[in-house]
Design a protein around this ligand. Structure first.
Ligand SMILES: [Zn+2]
Length: 477
């Protein structure tokens, strides 16, 4: 594959030809989730876009080292664990597992490395020491701050300058900072919080330093591509650049790519608006392939407006794709037809993906191909059939939009149809919710456990918790 890949680089705000430091090899980092609760479909967008980049880079022949972290030490985790009266690291570990289950259901390829903060402490501490040694951080009573004015190019990714930032920052009562924009690299732990020994006393890292340290540990000092949600550009990614360059004295990353938000109509998805859909709940209802399909049906840099129409279209398209794959397996060459929509489909999809990972454009070509093969099913040449199978494999590899087991996807869709068309009870759905309720109870998330009981009760199903810890259910008459 010799085609040039062009990526919109947020450092320059331009589409540029992608040329990694070592030709043929890509050092790719994507900011991963904070594991304090089940992930929602907004988190899924960032995860699936990271997976898209990884797959497309591979399909273009690059050898990719892909690092996606888990933030398992964080205020949100500590607060949630405190509420539940459990150990913070243990609580985070439960949700790392749950995240992995969600990622599998979304058909994501495994990353090369998935480091956790709790396992990267020596590297984090060493990096903070390097930044201090380079006089770009300072220590105040067990706390380490990055000195933003000591790093003159601060703001070059988000296009903010420190002076204008200062006006925007609310007056802080924090007299320890030398400048209002300075941020924490290490902070002392409060009693009962997870803490690690450091040259500055027992404590834990600030949020931003973990990605700088993990990237260096697995990818070296300079990366080819860094990705995250657009909300991470400032301050998180700006701070990653400052930390890494202050410690390593060389450029941190050449290409920065950010995916846009997922909105409900015109509203952002947020807990306070009550419009948060968990990946688990969505997948239970429709299957993971439908969610993946929706997330890739819009270019990653465009807002994704989530509507019923978007959902219904995806349900229809996922069914069409997987019906087609089953049908294709039974098709035989019966003629001499080998039309352009079939012969040039892969080429056209590659062209779209080479143009800043345009998954939506690639899907458009795929559907014309699909229509053409179906329309000419009784007159296809053997070359056309062989190419059709190659197209399916390409879509499977580079987009993950064809599941390895099409029948399973169709069964999931059928179950959803039955569920909505009759008052019958979907036993698999109930079993999955019972499993989620068990996790909720284990993590002492009583509110969620109760919510699930109510959700199940709304289908006239009664749960019974047995003394051995199992739960049985029955339909009330
Ligand atoms: Zn990060």
């Amino acid at each position: 594959m010799t085609r040039d890949l062009r990526i919109h680089n947020n450092l320059t705000r331009k589409k540029e030809t992608f040329s990694p430091i070592d030709p043929g090899k890509v050092r790719f980092y994507s900011c991963g989730p904070t594991t304090y609760d089940f992930l929602h479909i907004g988190n899924a967008r960032a995860l699936v876009v990271g997976d898209l980049f990884n797959r497309v880079l591979r399909s273009f022949g690059f050898e990719v080292t892909f690092v996606r972290n888990y933030t398992d030490v964080d205020d949100k985790i500590i607060d949630r664990a405190k509420e539940l009266g459990r150990d913070a690291i243990e609580h985070a570990a439960i949700f790392v597992k749950e995240c992995e289950t969600d990622m599998d259901s979304l058909g994501m390829l495994p990353a090369t490395h998935t480091p956790k903060v709790s396992e990267t402490m020596p590297e984090i501490i060493a990096m903070i020491q390097d930044i201090i040694a380079n006089r770009k951080a300072y220590v105040v009573a067990g706390e380490v701050f990055f000195s933003v004015p000591s790093f003159p190019s601060y703001g070059r990714l988000s296009k903010k300058d420190i002076d204008s930032l200062q006006h925007g920052i609310r007056v802080e009562v924090d007299g320890r900072k030398q400048h209002p924009s300075d941020f924490v690299l290490w902070k002392p732990a409060k009693p009962g919080e997870p803490a690690w020994d450091s040259p500055w006393g027992k404590g834990r890292p600030g949020w931003h330093i973990e990605c700088s340290a993990m990237a260096k540990k697995f990818l070296g000092k300079t990366l080819d591509l860094h990705h995250g949600g657009i909300d991470l550009m400032f301050p998180h990614h700006e701070n990653e650049i400052a930390q890494s360059e202050a410690a390593n004295d060389c450029p941190f990353c050449h290409n920065w790519a950010h995916n846009e938000f997922l909105n409900f109509g015109t509203e952002k998805m947020s807990k306070s608006l009550g419009n948060v859909i968990k990946i688990r709940d969505f997948v239970t209802k429709y299957g993971g392939q439908v969610l993946r399909h929706i997330l890739l049906s819009v270019h990653y840099r465009a807002r994704l407006e989530w509507t019923d129409e978007v959902l219904n279209r995806a349900l229809d398209e996922v069914k069409r794709i997987h019906d087609f794959v089953l049908e294709l397996n039974r098709m035989e060459a019966k003629g001499s037809y080998y039309g352009e929509e079939i012969s040039s489909c892969r080429e056209k999809m590659q062209e779209e993906l080479a143009n800043d990972f345009n998954s939506a454009g690639a899907m458009g070509h795929f559907f014309s191909f699909l229509r053409s093969v179906k329309a000419h099913r009784d007159e296809l040449s053997s070359e056309a059939l062989a190419e059709a199978h190659r197209v399916i494999r390409f879509v499977e590899d580079s987009l993950g939009l064809v599941a390895l087991n099409p029948s399973k996807v169709l069964d999931e869709l059928k179950r959803h149809e039955q569920d909505t068309s009759s008052t019958g009870v979907d036993s698999e759905w109930i079993e999955r919710l019972i499993a989620e309720r068990r996790v909720a109870k284990e993590t002492k998330n009583w509110a969620r456990a109760d919510e699930i009981r109510k959700e199940i009760a709304s289908k006239n199903v009664v749960l019974k918790d047995n003394p051995d810890g199992s739960t049985s259910w029955s339909v009330s008459s």
